[in-house]
Design a protein around this ligand. Structure first.
Ligand code: ADE
Length: 250
């Protein structure tokens, strides 16, 4: 997968994108990352990339020309790839695991990071998606782009080593991940659940599924509304509700 990032702060990407899974993904040629400083594409003699809004108002807006010209240069260099061009904007659609999955299926992603009050509206006509990291305002799109790249690249086949895995992650199943334990079996009187120690894989799987459902019910009940329910899961949820009600009474 090729990813281009348009930014005025290319240094922000240097360490984050070369460490850990993202660094390895580049070494393995799964990820071809290009950081583009769009100030280099300005035709303004003072190298400005922003200007005052027509009609007045606070702050400056990013101008359309440097961003358009950077995109044109990328398109010229890679005419064969279909591109998803993503504008980072707190007013965009909220990023989630489903979006990470859809990004991970693309050949070529382009992220545009703003770092000022806003965008000239015409920039929106150059993009395929407008995406927000969440309901808060960052100083720029860079951190949001890095989070989205991280969540996307780890889903590429072979990006994660054998000891890690994506399919059971929280959110990828629509549920939060079940509790997990490693050695020792007892720590300060806190014991690992018996069922995990007995080697019965069917029982272990049932326990994991139920605890996944319990955690989601207790912490993120909103996720349950989007789920497709099997009969077994419905029965499990009824049991959980009963158990939790009893726990509350005690
Ligand atoms: N730029 C500033 N805030 C942002 C957010 N929440 N998501 C994406 N880009 C942003």
């Amino acid at each position: 997968m090729r990813i281009d990032v348009l930014t005025l702060f290319p240094k922000m990407f240097e360490t984050t994108m070369t460490e850990s899974i993202l660094g390895k993904a580049q070494e393995k040629n799964l990820l071809d990352l290009h950081i583009q400083n769009f100030r280099e594409f300005t035709t303004d003699k003072h190298r400005h990339v922003d200007d005052y809004p027509y009609g007045g108002g606070a702050g400056m807006l990013l101008q359309v020309q440097p961003i358009d010209d950077t995109l044109q240069a990328i398109k010229k260099e890679t005419p064969e790839t279909k591109k998803r061009i993503i504008l980072l904007d707190p007013a965009g659609k909220t990023f989630d695991q489903k979006m990470a999955e859809s990004f991970s299926e693309e050949d070529h992603l382009v992220f545009i990071c703003g770092h000022y009050e806003g965008y000239d509206e015409r920039i929106r006509s150059l993009v395929t998606d407008e995406v927000s990291l969440g309901d808060y305002v960052l100083t720029g799109g860079e951190l949001a782009a890095m989070v989205m790249i991280d969540a996307t690249v780890r889903l590429l086949p072979d990006a994660l080593g054998n000891e890690q895995s994506a399919p059971g992650d929280s959110y990828s199943t629509g549920l939060l991940e079940h509790p997990q334990y490693t050695r020792p079996a007892v720590y300060k009187e806190m014991a690992v659940p018996e069922v995990l120690m007995n080697g019965n894989h069917k029982l272990i799987e049932q326990w994991q599924q139920k605890e996944s459902l319990r955690r989601t019910y207790l912490r993120r009940p909103d996720l349950l509304e989007k789920m497709e329910w099997t009969k077994e899961m419905k029965i499990m949820l009824d049991e959980i509700i009963e158990e939790e009600n009893k726990r509350d009474l005690n």
